[in-house]
Design a protein around this ligand. Structure first.
Ligand code: 8C0
Length: 312
């Protein structure tokens, strides 16, 4: 009898910190906000400009390789006509685009319009999610903008984990048409070296097997980062982030069974650090891409507003 009472006490002890009513409510609010802003059927993707994929076996991935073949008026001289031309021939033939007809001579940024629309659409959804986090609307408008601008690409990377498949390292959004492989992203101008950390991040995050409550709390915590530059009311942001972090820790203790709960909170905090460096890389690449992209209308006004225009 006494023994039994002792056991019950120690069980209660284990479940501390207990989730408060307020914390339960916070999680319910975040999950509802996420469901309203993340459509798991991906039914809107058909409204984006269509994805254009280059032939898998057309290895003309090197975007730096330009009009050289066409400029050389190659067609007018037959191979071997002069020693200079035959020398040229080897050079020209080494340009992989050489010999392609105008129709299959696709832009090196063929996936850019579609992925720009995907990112633009995602930005709008992230804004909707942020606005329903308790405390966000109460911040001054300047800080709301600072928090969103600085975190939005991180949140897109986080939320995309829901569609990411570790089986084949791609983002699967319904049909085959909306399945994004690494090579699809390189066809939006992103180079491999910088995509690899993003894919590694996705794999690592997937391995954490987060509950939905943990996934939405991580996104909310990321948005309320008090160390973003030029925040006016840092302390208020910090207080909201603290409330979210405490809720996450309580949730893990009370609802996440071992062994996967082991070091889960610090592992999630590490993911936030990973996102920072991905964000930095992204900013650099975005500048390059927005400068190099032949057609500025490949980007959207929202992308230009959030990430900046190379012209501004
Ligand atoms: O034309 C451009 C489009 C986007 C030029 C630059 C950008 C960058 O933002 C302005 C984003 C770059 C980022 C890659 C950075 C590499 C260090 C993009 C291309 C990545 C981030 C995405 C969009 C490629 C495709 C898969 C990646 C996240 C993916 C996300 C997937 C989804 C599907 C987004 C999510 O919101 C969703 C609804 C689905 O899960």
């Amino acid at each position: 009898m006494i023994m039994k009472r002792k056991m019950e006490d120690s069980c209660k002890e284990k479940c501390r910190p207990q989730m408060s009513e307020e914390q339960e409510q916070l999680i319910a609010t975040l999950i509802e906000a996420h469901h309203k802003t993340y459509d798991s059927s991906y039914s809107d993707f058909g409204q984006f400009r269509p994805p254009v994929r280059k032939d898998e076996f057309d290895s003309s991935d090197d975007c730096s390789m330009p009009e050289a073949p066409t400029d050389c008026s190659f067609g007018s001289s037959t191979p071997g006509e002069s020693s200079m031309n035959s020398g040229n021939l080897g050079l020209l033939a080494s340009f992989e685009n050489f010999g392609q007809s105008a129709s299959n001579m696709t832009s090196p940024f063929s996936m850019l319009p579609h992925l720009s629309d995907l990112v633009s659409y995602s930005i709008q959804k992230v804004i909707g999610f942020a606005k329903s986090i308790p405390g966000f609307r109460e911040l001054n408008t300047e800080d709301q903008i600072v928090l969103l601008k600085s975190s939005v690409i991180e949140i897109i990377m986080l939320r995309s984990n829901e569609s990411f498949s570790s089986e084949d390292n791609s983002w699967v959004c319904g049909s085959e048409e909306f399945k994004y492989s690494i090579s699809d992203v390189t066809q939006a101008g992103h180079n491999m070296e910088l995509l690899e950390p993003l894919v590694k991040f996705q794999i690592g995050l997937k391995k954490l097997n987060l509950h939905e409550a943990e996934h939405v709390l991580l996104m909310a915590i990321c948005i309320f980062s008090p160390d973003r530059p030029s925040l006016l009311e840092r302390e208020r942001v910090e207080a909201i982030q603290e409330r979210l972090s405490e809720t996450l820790r309580a949730y893990i203790v009370c609802n996440h069974p071992p062994p996967s709960s082991h070091l889960l909170y610090p592992k999630m905090v590490q993911k936030l650090a990973d996102l920072r460096s991905l964000n930095e890389e992204h900013s650099k690449q975005y500048l390059e891409i927005s400068r190099e992209a032949g057609d500025p209308s490949d980007l959207t006004p929202l992308l230009l507003e959030v990430f900046g225009s190379p012209l501004s």
